[in-house]
Ligand binder design. Structure first.
Ligand SMILES: [Zn+2]
Length: 57
């Protein structure tokens, strides 16, 4: 199986994290990766928030 380096950055704070969370937070239904801290901020009183899984390196 081919493995190429997959580096994900938090879409919000643009930092590299070893554990990322796949979420939707806008009405556009676009999936993004966010770190836990940003996830918690985006989640607050957000009716568009959808959790799609955890991604680990
Ligand atoms: Zn972040």
């Amino acid at each position: 199986m081919a493995t190429k380096p997959r580096i994900k950055y938090c879409e919000i704070c643009k930092k590299d994290f070893s554990t990322m969370y796949r979420i939707q937070y806008e009405f556009t239904k676009k999936w993004i990766f966010a770190c836990k801290e940003c996830l918690l901020n985006l989640k607050k009183e957000n009716p568009n928030y959808v959790y799609g899984g955890t991604w680990k390196k």
